[in-house]
Design a protein around this ligand. Structure first.
Ligand code: HEC
Length: 501
C-alpha cells in the first residue's frame, strides 16, 4: 500500500519538481524555522516579513546560490552570522520553488520566482567566489524603503536644566517635527545638553498579548503606551546598559499611542529603545541605536518536535530544579528537592546565555510568559525519595518518587486543549500521576497557593488566570487553603493544566 502510493507519486511528478514547502523544510527550515521566523527562537534571521525575500528576487537567489556573511539587518535587528552557499546542491528549479514558497508563506506576498530567472541569475554571477556581504548585495539590489517602526512619528524639543524627568505638559515646546524614518533619535535635536525631547506616534502590535520594552538613556527617559507608563530610566547617568530597564504591557492587536519622553543634562547623551512580544520574536529597535544588553540571549527550546531538558539554576524554584521545554510553547520546572512541579509557563523556555559557559551567577528566570507558581514546599511525606526521571521518545519526562513501599510516577506532556481553533487554542500541559506498590495511599499537594480554589471536585482555579482540569473521578480535597489529591495504590489520575486566554 505504502509502496504503491510512493511509486504513484514518483511516477506522477519527478521528485525534484517543486514542492517548495517540502524543499524549504529540507534545505532552509533548520536555520530559518518552519514558521519562517528564524530557528531557535530568532537566533537566525527571519524570512517571514524580511525585505530580503520580497521585491527584487535576485537578492534572495544570490544569497541561496553563494551564501551570505557579515552584518545584515533584517527587521530592525542586526545579525552577523554565516549562511552556507547552496548553489552547488540545489538546481535552478528547486531554488525557484523554495523562493516561490518563501515569498508566498507566513504572510509574505511577492510574485513567484521562475527556474529561468534563477538560471539567468546563476549565469550572471558565475564568477562570484565566496559568500556575499549584505553591503555588496544592497549595492546591486537596493531594498525598497522599509516601513518605519513607528508610524506618524512627531517630535518636539524642549530647553531647560533638569536632573530628573520634568513634567513636559507644563513646558513650552519647540516646533513639531515629523520623523519620517519612524525612529526615536536625538541626532537632529539641535542641542547636546540641557534639553528634552518628546516623541508621539502609533505603534502597531502585530498580535494581542504581552509586550516587553527595553529602555536605556543618558540621562533620563520614559515610555508610555495609551497614556500608561511602561518603563522609565530616571536621573542622571550613562547609557551603558547598567541603568537599562525593562517594562511590560498587555496590548490588543493593532495601533497604540506611543509617547516617549527624554531629557539630557550635561555630558554624553543618548536614548535607546526596543521591544518584543507576540509576533516579534526577538528585540526590535524603535530607536536609531539598540539598547546595550548583556550577553545575547541563547534561547533554549524544543528541537525537532522533541522536548528539551535544562539543568541549571532556575529562579523561583529550588537549586535542583529540572526544566522541561515542550513543543507548543508550554514549560515546566520540577523541583527534585521538593519532589514537586513548581513552575509552569507558556512561550519561550529558557535563555541559556547566563549559564552557557559555566554555571554562571544567579538564577535564570523563565524566558516566557504567564508563569504560574504551583507550590513552593515539599508536597510529599518526609520519607519520600527522588528516584530520577525518564524521558520518552518525544522527550516527555516521568519523574519517579519512592515513599516507603509505594512508587509515584509523575508524567508530563504537552496537550492540545479541546478548543480546535489554533488562534484561540489554550496552551496546556497534561499530568498523569499513578501510584504503585502497597500502603495506605497518599495525599499529594497540588497547590499551596492561597489563590487556588476547587470547583465541582473537578477543577482547581488560580484567580481565573489558570486552571487545572481533572479527567475522570479524582479525589481533590481543599484543606487550609491548600489543594490535595488523594491517591490510592493502583490508581492513576490525569489532569490538564490550562491557561485562560
Ligand atoms: C545553516 C543555516 C542556514 C541555512 C540552511 C539557510 N540559511 Fe539563509 N541565512 C542563514 C544566516 C546565518 C543568514 C544571515 C547571514 C549573515 O548574518 O550575514 C541567512 C540569511 C538569509 C537571507 C537574507 C536575510 C533574511 O533573513 O532575509 C535569506 C533571504 C536567506 N538566508 C534564505 C535562505 C533560504 C531560501 C534557504 C534555503 C535554501 C536558507 N537561507 C538556508 C543561515 C541559513
Amino acid at each position: 500500500m505504502l509502496r504503491t502510493a510512493l511509486l504513484a507519486s514518483l511516477c506522477a511528478v519527478p521528485l525534484h519538481a517543486q514542492d517548495g514547502g517540502q524543499l524549504y523544510t529540507l534545505y532552509c527550515s533548520a536555520c530559518h524555522g518552519a514558521d519562517g521566523k528564524g530557528a531557535t527562537g530568532g537566533q537566525f534571521p527571519p524570512l517571514a516579513g524580511s525585505p530580503w525575500v520580497l521585491g527584487d528576487a535576485a537578492r534572495a537567489v544570490k544569497v541561496v546560490l553563494h551564501g551570505l556573511h557579515g552584518e545584515v539587518e533584517v527587521d530592525g535587528r542586526t545579525f552577523n552570522l554565516e549562511m552556507p552557499p547552496q548553489g552547488a546542491i540545489l538546481p535552478d528549479d528547486q531554488i525557484a520553488a523554495i523562493l516561490t514558497h518563501a515569498r508566498s508563506s507566513w504572510g509574505n506576498k511577492a510574485e513567484p520566482v521562475s527556474a529561468d530567472f534563477v538560471k539567468a541569475t546563476r549565469a550572471a554571477s558565475a564568477d562570484r567566489k565566496g559568500p556575499w556581504t549584505a553591503a555588496e548585495l544592497l549595492k546591486l539590489h537596493p531594498l525598497p524603503a522599509s516601513t518605519p517602526p513607528i508610524a506618524n512619528l512627531l517630535s518636539q524639543v524642549y530647553q531647560g536644566e533638569w536632573q530628573r524627568l520634568p513634567d513636559f505638559s507644563t513646558l513650552k515646546p519647540g516646533n513639531i517635527e515629523e520623523e519620517h524614518d519612524g525612529k526615536i533619535s536625538i541626532a537632529k535635536a539641535g542641542f547636546t545638553e540641557l534639553f528634552g525631547m518628546v516623541w508621539q506616534g502609533d505603534l502597531t502590535a502585530p498580535e494581542a498579548g504581552e509586550f516587553r520594552f527595553r529602555l536605556d538613556a543618558d540621562d533620563g527617559a520614559r515610555v508610555l503606551l495609551d497614556d500608561k507608563e511602561v518603563v522609565k530610566v530616571d536621573g542622571i547617568g550613562p547609557m551603558d546598559g547598567s541603568r537599562a530597564k525593562e517594562g511590560k504591557i498587555k496590548l490588543t492587536a493593532g495601533a497604540h499611542k506611543l509617547r516617549v519622553e527624554y531629557f539630557e543634562y550635561k555630558g554624553q547623551e543618548g536614548i535607546a529603545l526596543s521591544w518584543r512580544g507576540p509576533g516579534i520574536p526577538s528585540w526590535r529597535n524603535l530607536s536609531d541605536k539598540p539598547p546595550k544588553t548583556g550577553p545575547d540571549p541563547i534561547v533554549i527550546g524544543p528541537q525537532n518536535g522533541r522536548a528539551v531538558v535544562y539543568r541549571n539554576f532556575i529562579a523561583s524554584t529550588t537549586p535542583r530544579a529540572i526544566g522541561i521545554g515542550f513543543p507548543g510553547g508550554v514549560n515546566l520546572a520540577y523541583s527534585a528537592d521538593n519532589l514537586a512541579p513548581e513552575l509552569i509557563w507558556t512561550g519561550a523556555f529558557m535563555d541559556g546565555s547566563r549559564h552557557w559557559v559555566e554555571r554562571g551567577q544567579g538564577n535564570q528566570p523563565p524566558a516566557g510568559e504567564s508563569i504560574v507558581k504551583l507550590s513552593g514546599t515539599p508536597i510529599l511525606p518526609k520519607e519520600a525519595r527522588f528516584r530520577g526521571y525518564k524521558l520518552d521518545p518525544a522527550g516527555n519526562p516521568t519523574f519517579a518518587v519512592q515513599i516507603g513501599g509505594l512508587t509515584l510516577q509523575d508524567s508530563w506532556k504537552p496537550t492540545d486543549a479541546p478548543d480546535e481553533n489554533a488562534a484561540t487554542r489554550q496552551p496546556a500541559l497534561q499530568r498523569r500521576v499513578s501510584l504503585k506498590g502497597s500502603g495506605s495511599g497518599l495525599e499529594l499537594l497540588i497547590s499551596d497557593q492561597s489563590e487556588s480554589k476547587v470547583f465541582d471536585d473537578q477543577e482547581v482555579s488560580f484567580a481565573d488566570r489558570f486552571f487545572i482540569h481533572t479527567e475522570g473521578v479524582v479525589n481533590l480535597i481543599n484543606r487550609g487553603g491548600k489543594t490535595y489529591l488523594k491517591l490510592l495504590p493502583g490508581e492513576t489520575a490525569t489532569f490538564d493544566y490550562r491557561w485562560n486566554r
